[in-house]
Design a protein around this ligand. Structure first.
Ligand code: FPP
Length: 252
């Protein structure tokens, strides 16, 4: 555990989700091509993953590529896929050494075959071993869109009803959540968005129901470990009421 006097080790969020925004603007401000923003952003990914592990987070979900991002210029999409491949190849050893388990949410089947291949390989190699809890689950959202995830879950459940695996009366929030890509993971406690925009961008709409939101003007390439700790410090100053009153919480 990272020795950090500013954080309360008992109130570290279990799951943090991040919308890594601002790479393009960061590059533009420096007269650099957009892909340079994504490249430097990859260094932020490494730093934040390291910090998340040191802080004992259970899950870190990063929005790396949305279903809408396919509409970007082909050269940018290609550049992002290359960065992802390079990241996975260069980090797999570090993941294994530090017991980090890679997971992925989204339409993986839509990614180009070479990206799918390395992704499935790293997921398989870093899969949690029996009886050994991963030090961190790194969950990459790739070709991910929350609405299509919800429709997909509804379709799978409808098919299970038709085939008699369960009845419509069995539907519950828990059962529904287990059919999302994130099935088995705790909901995020904290959503961080860099780059200053105040929106959810079709990200984890179901799972973020009770998350605390932290929006910073810092562009993703400038968001390193210390900024991450700052966000968690802010999270720790919040009172999470889950619909109850302050007095009820204090009485508990
Ligand atoms: C949004 O910034 C960012 C993305 C669409 C991609 C994020 C990808 C990385 C950080 C690098 C690769 C990922 C991994 C996991 C290795 P933007 O381009 O929309 O920025 P803008 O709003 O300033 O244009």
């Amino acid at each position: 555990m990272l020795e950090n006097p500013v954080l309360d080790p008992k109130r570290i969020p279990r799951h943090v989700a991040i919308i890594m925004d601002g790479n393009g603007r960061w590059a533009k401000q420096r007269n650099l091509p957009r892909i340079m923003g994504h490249k430097v952003g990859t260094e932020s990914v490494k730093d934040v993953v390291k910090t998340a592990r040191e802080l004992n987070l259970e899950v870190l979900t990063l929005y790396a590529f949305s279903t809408e991002n396919w509409k970007r210029p082909a050269i940018e999409v290609k550049g992002l896929m290359t960065l992802l491949k390079t990241y996975l190849k260069s980090e797999v050893q570090n993941m294994l050494e530090n017991n980090i388990s890679l997971r992925c949410i989204g339409e993986i089947e839509k990614l180009q075959p070479d990206v799918q291949k390395i992704l499935t390989r790293v997921i398989r190699e870093t899969a949690p071993k029996t009886k050994v809890k991963p030090s961190l689950t790194l969950n990459l959202a790739l070709s991910y869109g929350s609405r299509s995830e919800i429709v997909r879950a509804a379709r799978i459940m409808a098919e299970k009803c038709v085939s008699g695996q369960f009845d419509p009366e069995d539907f519950s929030e828990q059962l529904f959540a287990s059919h999302l890509y994130t099935g088995g993971l705790p909901d995020p406690d904290l959503l961080i968005r860099t780059g200053g925009e105040v929106r959810l961008s079709n990200f984890l709409l179901w799972q973020l129901s009770y998350a605390e939101l932290y929006i910073t003007e810092t562009m993703w390439p400038d968001f390193k470990g210390e900024r991450f700790i700052e966000a968690i410090r802010d999270y720790q100053s919040r009172e999470r009421r889950f619909g109850q009153t302050s007095e009820q919480l204090q009485a508990e």
